[in-house]
Ligand binder design. Structure first.
Ligand code: FMN
Length: 228
């Protein structure tokens, strides 16, 4: 997809890409993006984020390591944090299931097709065929404000990737296989693994990259105080 020429265009053209083309990513471009993203803000300028960026053989080894435990199902899951709060309900739960249903509808995978849904979920663990996967982690001592900082950095990376003509998908799904990740890359024991970021070029024709993702109306999330 063409490169973004403005922040608004980068925001509007970014979407979570779940099918990538087999086109390599220029490491110099990636380095430039990550260098620029170091300008992201953080409370107290703490800059809590860390990342390992994988491609080629090490990435293939990670895919293999996870593929080996996929048949074990939940028994192999070992996330270090709750990816969603257990009490997620109401509009938040509806939005979560809504995007899933929209995605499966775009792929013609019916609600009762549990295998089809599992296969699509498993595509997470090949980074949707992206040639690059960034693995994000931070010291365990960091609290909610620093997790937020890491999120801001991640969004900065995602928007800069659009400016560079690249696409991405943030992937918390990798958190459930942090043990397999640690067997491949030396994430320090005193760091918590947060998420992956699949990076590459979007397949613009793939239905999974084209379905509409609903957003809440502005008035549902913003309350104006003191304005005329
Ligand atoms: C931190 C984070 C983690 C995410 N993890 C996953 C994931 O594991 N798998 C996936 O398919 N999408 C994942 N997503 C993508 C969200 O589902 C997506 O951002 C949301 O539905 C809005 O759609 P959009 O990004 O296409 O605008 C993640 C997004 C964020 C910000």
């Amino acid at each position: 997809m063409s490169a973004s020429r403005s922040v608004s265009d980068a925001v509007a053209s970014r979407r979570s890409i779940r099918r990538f083309l087999p086109e390599p990513v220029d490491p110099a471009v990636l380095r430039g993006v990550l260098k620029m993203a170091q300008n992201a803000p953080s409370g107290g300028n703490v800059q809590p984020w860390h990342a390992h960026v994988l491609t080629g053989e090490p990435l293939a080894r990670l895919f293999d390591a996870v593929a080996a435990v996929l048949p074990q199902g939940r028994a192999a899951h070992a996330p270090e944090y709750a990816v969603y709060p257990p009490e997620l309900s109401g509009r938040y739960a509806e939005r979560r299931s809504g995007v899933g249903e929209a995605m499966y509808a775009a792929l013609n995978i019916a609600r009762e097709d549990k295998i089809g849904r599992l296969v699509q979920f498993a595509a997470n663990f090949r980074a949707f065929e992206a040639p690059v996967l960034m693995l994000v982690h931070m010291p365990r001592t960091m609290g909610p404000p620093q997790w937020s900082d890491t999120g801001m950095w991640l969004q900065t990376v995602m928007l800069l990737l659009r400016e560079a003509g690249l696409d991405s998908c943030a992937q918390e799904a990798w958190a459930i296989y942090q043990r397999q990740i640690r067997a491949v890359v030396p994430i320090p024991d005193d760091h918590v693994f947060f998420c992956g970021l699949a990076i590459g070029h979007r397949d613009a024709e793939a239905p999974i990259n084209r379905f509409a993702v609903a957003r809440a109306p502005l008035d549902e999330v913003v309350t104006w105080v003191g304005f005329a």
